[in-house]
Design a protein around this ligand. Structure first.
Ligand SMILES: C[C@H]1O[C@H](OP(=O)(O)OP(=O)(O)OC[C@H]2O[C@@H](n3cnc4c(=O)[nH]c(N)nc43)[C@H](O)[C@@H]2O)[C@@H](O)[C@@H](O)C1=O
Length: 335
């Protein structure tokens, strides 16, 4: 493992291997992507704000911590970003850094904007300054569409962001498109819908639900407090989504793609199925708490992933029922 200060050059074992820079390697997607790229023979450099103190528990859990070179980089500081891009000279950059919780973005809008908008800008500008042939993937979000109604959105549907997070992701999406069109950069955004795994934190509703159900099943006398259950989302499996990120950068031309399962269900359905996994009736163990309602929240979001299916030959194979089963199994084993 290589911990390093921004600017420290890394000695690479081989010149033939592709090198990837994963910004935000400590998160769910960063960890799964690192695992995927290592398996494909890439040299992987991963950044976090402070690599010397970040525990990288997700990388450890996947058994790949010693295979990833971790470096400190402040995504919101251009000099820090430029110095890492020029010292690592990657073939591909994956921008998974910045605040990822929609809920938290209402409490920390400035930090959210700086990390996502300035962060994306800093990466694009660094590529322009250092080596414009570097390919970049940017993690976009289905939240950008906002309230989209029953008709599944496509890549050409309009964005109606309604949270600081979604506003930031919309701006980053537009920046990527502008750099692609104006400077001819190979820059793509994956418009990612909800994707889950055991590596998710309890800040996200899926992990919160399955952990509570497992605790209650094990005898804990608690009630699960939730917000609005009458919201509809498209939940997929994170490990499959990172595959789509990689595929986007292997195409002949850069483009943006919706990455989703294509199936939307209600949060109530998710809760019901998760408790049913443990032979529990969710209604006996949950309470609605107004404190968990968002200041604004899209009620219904559904997506059409046909473009990714056809052009990337990427298809989600883990549907929401399987997502629930896998998360519940992990939550009960983790206790
Ligand atoms: C596509 C998008 O996907 C994720 O963002 P998210 O959809 O906000 O994820 P979540 O799990 O926090 O909320 C899902 C829904 O569930 C509702 N909800 C009800 N009750 C609770 C509750 O108690 N906690 C939470 N967290 N949500 C609740 C909440 O209001 C929302 O409608 C991120 O990956 C993000 O990075 C991203 O881009």
């Amino acid at each position: 493992m290589h911990h390093g200060e921004p600017g420290i050059a890394v000695n690479w074992a081989s010149k033939h291997m592709k090198r990837a820079l994963i910004c935000g390697v400590g998160g769910q997607d960063g960890a799964y992507l690192a695992k995927l790229l290592l398996a494909k023979g890439y040299e992987v450099v991963g950044t976090s704000r402070d690599a010397d103190t970040t525990p990288f528990t997700n990388l450890e859990r996947l058994g790949i911590l010693e295979h990833v070179s971790t470096v400190s980089m402040r995504i919101d500081d251009y000099h820090s970003v430029q110095s890492i891009v020029s010292s690592t000279k990657p073939d591909e950059i994956y921008n998974l850094a910045g605040q990822s919780s929609v809920g938290l973005s209402f409490d920390h809008p400035v930090e959210t904007m700086e990390g996502i908008v300035c962060g994306t800008m800093n990466l694009l500008e660094s590529i322009r300054a250092v080596e414009s042939s570097i390919r970049i993937f940017n993690a976009g979000s289905g939240e950008c569409f906002g309230e989209a109604g029953q008709i599944p959105v496509t890549e050409s549907s309009p964005f109606h962001p309604h949270s600081p997070y979604a506003v930031a992701k919309t701006a980053a999406h537009n920046l990527v498109k502008t750099y692609r069109e104006a400077y001819g950069m190979f820059a793509c955004t994956g418009i990612l819908f909800n994707h889950e795994s055991p590596l998710r934190s309890k800040r996200f509703v899926t992990k919160k639900i399955v952990c509570a159900a497992a605790d209650i099943f094990a005898g804990q006398n608690t009630k699960l407090q939730l917000g609005n259950l009458d919201v509809y989302r498209d939940w997929g499996w994170a490990e499959e989504y990172v595959e789509a990120m990689w595929l986007m950068l292997q195409q002949e031309a850069a483009d943006d793609y919706i990455i989703a399962t294509g199936k939307t269900v209600s949060l109530e359905y998710f809760v019901e199925k998760a408790f049913a996994y443990f032979n529990l009736n969710w209604k006996d163990h949950t309470e609605i708490d107004a404190a968990h309602f968002r200041l604004s929240d899209a009620q219904y979001i559904s997506a059409n992933p046909e473009k990714a299916n056809k052009q990337l030959m990427w298809r989600s194979t883990v549907g929401v029922e399987e997502v629930i089963n896998r998360l519940c199994k992990d939550a009960s084993e983790a206790r």
